[in-house]
Ligand binder design. Structure first.
Ligand code: SAH
Length: 382
């Protein structure tokens, strides 16, 4: 029996945890059924791997800042609106990050700074983004501001550090555009290195403000271990890590492969990936900054050979271009990690029609209490 759901006072207004009202056990079976409906026609779906303690798992927390009357408020945007729901504690977010956000709100008030108003596009503090390395203990605070000018910068930074000595770096990012993107173009390091490091599966990774990094580190280890088991590497394979982010999966796979190539669109992530290879002394890996689809077409044209392709695309899934070139490259194995079983089902249909057989389907619960499902699938060339 799983325990009853903890009560969240913000649930209705926030809307982020769509499965709030179910026990955790029910949530898991809800997700299992969803995957069976979408992918079950290809193969038996193994039982979803849940979390023993499905709370405070998010290592990345962001809060929007605004003003209500003369008060500074911080919290989450109400689903599909721009209205801030004031939230101090969230059941899925890292508790330390939530504490730091409350401190920042108090400091903004005591330093008589303003929150950004995105209707008139004026003011100072717009968002706070925090990333915490659960195993390294490092904490990065990104203050997203409407202006580059930071009134009372030094005393503000010092006050924040004295209240939270666990903070290892503080970055200011300027975002003065009308956009739903959190971060703007320009950044400035106010304290520390401007990035944090984190340990995962026995390797060390640099995480910078803009690069993608899995938000649930506990389950990421479970997910990656499954993906690598499915890849069945023996040390002789040439592996492609497509949509590689900061190179995590490829680097973890590298000791078991002859060579690894990673491809990723986000320039900051590719920079981190190269640093990460160095941090871990990995020499049999190369990273390319490119659209994965375009890269695959080029690889297919030059007759490249890959034994195993690990792919982990964003919610939209892989492009047609990517899938067609994948079939041309014809690796013996494909391990497809996805955070959206709908697009994964669409892409599997193509691969199954074009010479691949599904061998294993393993859902992993990366996002407890939300409706999101992560799934890793292994395919073999027929
Ligand atoms: N495998 C990584 C990242 C997965 S998230 C990890 O586990 O951490 C998906 C990644 O795909 C993101 O880093 C995103 O920047 C990248 N991406 C999105 N569209 C892309 C494209 N068209 N080509 C290559 N990479 C892309």
């Amino acid at each position: 029996m799983s325990k009853p759901v903890l009560h969240c006072p913000h649930a209705k207004k926030c809307g982020g945890c769509q499965l709030q009202n179910m026990t955790y056990e029910r949530q898991l079976s809800f997700k299992q059924v969803k995957v069976i409906k979408l992918l079950g026609k290809y193969r038996h779906v193994d039982e979803i791997i849940g979390m023993p303690h499905p709370y405070h798992y998010r290592n990345k927390v962001q809060a929007a800042f605004g003003e209500r009357g003369r008060e500074i408020i911080s919290g989450i945007y109400q689903s599909s609106t721009h209205k801030i729901v004031p939230v101090d504690r969230c059941l899925i977010e890292d508790e330390k990050a939530d504490e730091i956000i409350v401190t920042i709100r108090k400091l903004v008030k005591s330093f008589k700074l303003r929150a950004f108003n995105d209707e008139i596009m004026k003011g100072f503090l717009r968002h706070v983004l925090i990333k915490r390395g659960f195993s390294s203990g490092q904490v990065m605070v990104v203050l997203v501001t409407g202006t580059m000018e930071f009134p009372k910068e030094e005393p503000f930074v010092n006050a924040l550090l004295s209240r939270h000595p666990e903070i290892t770096t503080i970055v200011q990012n300027v975002n003065n555009k009308r956009t739903s993107l959190l971060l703007g173009e320009e950044s400035r390091v106010l304290f520390g290195d401007g990035y944090i490091e984190e340990d995962l599966c026995g390797f060390r990774f640099r995480i910078s403000p803009k690069a993608f990094y899995q938000i649930n580190p506990t389950q990421t280890e479970v997910l990656y271990n499954k993906a690598l088991t499915f890849a069945e590497l023996t040390g002789k394979e040439t592996v492609l890590d497509a949509y590689c982010g900061t190179g995590t999966i490829g680097i973890i796979a590298s000791p078991r492969a002859k060579g690894v190539v990673g491809v990723e669109l986000n320039a900051d992530a590719v920079k981190d990936a190269k640093v990460n290879a160095g941090l871990n002394g990995v020499e049999n890996i190369e990273f390319y900054e490119d659209d994965a689809g375009r890269f695959m077409v080029k690889e297919a044209q030059r007759g490249a050979r890959y034994d195993v392709v690990l792919m982990d695309p964003p919610r939209a899934g892989a492009s047609q271009e990517f899938l067609r070139s994948l079939v041309t490259l014809a690796p013996k194995k494909v391990v497809y990690i996805s955070c959206n079983p709908e697009t994964q089902a669409r892409d599997l249909a193509f691969l199954v029609k074009n010479g691949y057989r599904v061998k294993k389907i393993q859902p992993v619960d990366m996002f407890p209490h939300t409706e999101h499902v992560e799934c890793v699938v292994s395919l073999m060339r027929k």
